[in-house]
Design a protein around this ligand. Structure first.
Ligand SMILES: CC(C)(COP(=O)(O)OP(=O)(O)OC[C@H]1O[C@@H](n2cnc3c(N)ncnc32)[C@H](O)[C@@H]1OP(=O)(O)O)[C@@H](O)C(=O)NCCC(=O)NCCS
Length: 173
């Protein structure tokens, strides 16, 4: 049975909120042969690794702490990224809960010859902030929402959390 942690264990404190823009992150890489399949397309596993890294950057920046990946509940490959293209990953915190936070990642490819950009992948990754001393989950600063788009993402992240926790714990919390 799941044990509820005491506040003293997770270190609740009055934390100052941070705007979404403070932790938005971007990562770029050029696709090399070792990262591609025989068709010259960036490997799916490689995309997942890059998504995890880009998402972790936003989570680290927002939480100001170590984080662990708790779940990746949605990843969608719309278009391939080809050998020699630049892969661009953009991440932002969608919603903060207590010790966890959901980060959305969008992946784009850029053709270096034509400059054409394509949206290739979307993903949602949930992290839990971990206290560096106790190694227990710790509270995350509130998220300050500014734009309508940020409010929409926040709302949708709440619905996704219900589903992922139901899958994890076998019932709705
Ligand atoms: C993720 C982990 C810390 C959760 O630990 P736990 O003892 O189950 O902790 P709790 O039940 O107290 O949950 C802590 C937070 O995680 C969230 N959580 C747990 N499982 C989750 C899941 N599958 N999806 C989303 N959030 C999840 C809880 O909702 C809670 O968030 P909240 O405080 O914002 O409400 C733990 O399962 C773990 O360490 N997993 C391995 C992580 C890892 O190795 N990742 C890969 C390398 S980084």
């Amino acid at each position: 049975m799941k044990r509820k942690k005491k506040e003293s264990e997770i270190g609740e404190a009055v934390l100052e909120g941070k705007p979404v823009s403070a932790s938005q992150s971007e990562m770029t890489e050029i696709v090399l042969p070792a990262q591609t399949n025989p068709l010259g397309k960036l490997l799916g596993g490689q995309v997942m690794h890059l998504v995890d890294m880009a998402a972790a950057m936003a989570a680290h920046r927002h939480s100001g702490s170590y984080v662990v990946t708790a779940s990746v509940d949605y990843i969608d490959f719309r278009n391939p990224v080809n050998l020699g293209e630049i892969v661009i990953l953009k991440s932002q915190v969608n919603r903060v809960f207590q010790t966890s936070l959901e980060v959305g990642v969008e992946v784009y490819s850029e053709n270096v010859l034509t400059g054409e950009k394509k949206h290739t992948t979307s993903a949602f990754v949930t992290f839990v902030a971990i206290d560096e001393h106790t190694r227990l989950p710790k509270h995350v600063p509130p998220l300050i929402l500014t734009t309508e788009e940020e409010k929409r993402r926040f709302h949708e992240a709440g619905k996704r959390r219900e589903v992922r926790l139901a899958l994890r714990y076998g019932k709705f919390k």
